[in-house]
Design a protein around this ligand. Structure first.
Ligand code: NAD
Ligand code: UGA
Length: 459
């Protein structure tokens, strides 16, 4: 029986390796992490991350061929294939601070593998890493391993999106496996391809050289984020001219060379990866003495910041140039719908802006925990400001009671079907709605009496 170990039980390691266990009953999968609370949650009825369909997958194989544990060394020793799926956040200090990926977690997992492995292993980079990280991993593994043990390193970046992780993993657009183009590298590549071949059609399993594979992951995220920044840049032109960004996106998306996906204007992209990976690419370009290339990609992130600040300013302007002591209701705190994840959510930036303008803010999100909202906001603002000015409310009608304005920051479907007549009746007048996700029926809202403001549209 093939044994797989996954180091890192996060948003990627958990769902990815749970789906491998689900699709490959003959493979034993052990997902390990240093974080005891996270592992306890994976072993409980209340999984640590919310993903539609994930409970069913985990509950179907946990205890059979899927295990969650903090016994990292044991899982390494037993495994044939080891996924390294640890976090690679942007560095906060030191060389490259604010841009470079912090590879400390990848390195410590790699060193652990070298130290405890008693047999040859295939080590798989699942984390998103700068191009040529596999070379550093190889050097560390070879310098620290026991005699006679061989390590083959593969790059197998993950393309799942949060909120759709399970369907993305069940039916991926492609599975990418990069290896050194040596006979051993190609053999390792085939061993991993054989695991995926249990459910992924062969033509969707793409093999290539290691460096292309590593760079393809950064490139894919940069290209996706670039589309959002492009449509958001156009949304500013729409607001200034009377064009409608949804219509512009529709017209452009019908061109098969452009395609319709990822052209939804918004208050700005969030999530743990787009910004981090682009900054990583910017840093890589600068390190390679390619300043024009670095500046090109940096603009994608700058445009995203501009979009958030532009929307915040529009809100204040429409509310008669002041929101001090006004009641602002925020609908949605997650970085996108169908996830409880708030990493780099646009809502964090906007709520902090409203705090600085001394507004009273009530926040409603169907999935994000109160503690998470508190932690995100108090990372940037004083705890006293949070206590005094912010309420986290568990009912949207309650959250909007007495509000001067509702600001929609996450595209949760339930926001489309709320009873806005009821909400309007309980709000201060004039009652404003700012739709930062272009999901509400503005005509209907205007008929109710709302003042409606939408990104990329002048109504
Ligand atoms: P995460 O923070 O949710 O999970 C990482 C886990 O690794 C944590 O639980 C941490 O405790 C654990 N860890 C760190 N060092 C460890 C060690 N030495 N031994 C054991 N456990 C250790 O991160 P994530 O969102 O799962 O992302 C992981 C990687 O995948 C990142 O490189 C990210 O860029 C990439 N990625 C993420 C997504 C996504 O949707 N979140 C999608 C594709 C790729
Ligand atoms: C993204 C990529 O889509 C995944 O392929 C990749 O694996 C992942 O990053 C990663 O490397 O972490 P994710 O961040 O989970 O996935 O979610 P997306 O659906 O890409 O959305 C990212 C942000 O862009 C969200 O805030 C979303 O609301 C926003 N968005 C997305 C838009 O504003 N407009 C769009 O048209 C699409």
């Amino acid at each position: 029986m093939t044994k797989i170990c996954c180091i890192g039980a996060g948003y990627v390691g958990g769902p990815t390796c749970a789906v491998i266990a689900y699709k490959c009953p003959n493979v034993q999968v052990t997902i390990v992490d240093l974080n005891q609370a996270r592992i306890d949650a994976w072993n409980s009825g209340n999984l640590p991350i919310y993903e539609p369909g994930l409970d069913e997958v985990v509950f179907a194989c946990r205890g059979k061929n899927l295990f969650f544990s903090t016994e990292v060394d044991k899982a390494i020793v037993e495994a044939d294939l080891i996924f390294v799926s640890v976090n690679t956040p942007t560095k906060k200090s030191g060389i490259g601070a604010g841009f470079a990926a912090d590879l400390a977690y990848v390195e410590s997992a790699t060193r652990r593998i070298a130290q405890v492995a008693t047999s040859s292993k295939i080590v798989i980079e699942k984390s998103t890493v700068p191009c040529r990280t596999a070379e550093s991993m190889r050097t560390i593994l070879e310098a620290n391993s026991h005699d006679g043990i061989r390590f083959d390193i593969l790059s197998n970046p993950e393309f799942l999106a949060e909120g759709t992780a399970v369907p993305d993993l069940m039916k991926p657009d492609r599975v990418l496996i990069g290896s050194l183009q040596t006979p051993e590298g190609i053999k390792a590549q085939q061993a991993l391809a054989a695991v995926y071949a249990n459910w992924v059609p062969k033509e969707k399993i793409i093999t290539m050289n290691l460096w292309s594979s590593e760079l393809s992951k950064l490139a894919a995220n940069a290209l996706l984020a670039q589309r959002i920044s492009s449509i958001n840049a156009l949304s500013a032109i729409c607001e200034a001219t009377g064009a409608d960004v949804d219509e512009v996106a529709y017209a452009c998306g019908l061109d098969t060379r452009i395609g319709p996906k990822f052209l939804k204007a918004s208050v700005g992209f969030g999530g743990s990866c787009f910004q981090k990976d682009i900054l990583n690419l910017v840093y890589l370009s600068e390190s390679l003495h390619l300043p024009e290339v670095a500046a090109y990609w940096k603009q994608v992130v700058d445009m995203n910041e501009y979009q958030k600040s532009r929307f915040s300013q529009r809100i204040v302007k429409r509310l008669f140039n002041t929101i001090t002591n006004k009641n602002i209701t925020v609908f949605g705190f997650a970085f996108k719908k169908n996830t409880g994840d708030t990493r780099e959510s646009a809502a964090i930036t906007l709520v902090n802006y409203f705090l600085q303008e001394r507004a009273n803010i009530s926040i409603y999100d169907p999935k994000v925990d109160d503690d998470q909202i508190r932690a995100d906001i108090t990372e940037l603002a004083p705890v006293e400001a949070f206590e005094k000015q912010i309420k986290v409310v568990h009912d949207p009608y309650q959250a909007a009671k007495g509000a001067d304005a509702i600001v929609v920051l996450t595209e949760w479907d339930e926001f489309k079907t709320l009873n806005y007549e009821q909400i309007y009746a309980g709000m201060n007048k004039p009652a404003f709605i700012f739709d930062g996700r272009l999901i509400l029926d503005s005509k209907k809202l205007r008929d109710i009496g709302f003042q409606v403001e939408v990104i990329g549209k002048t109504l």
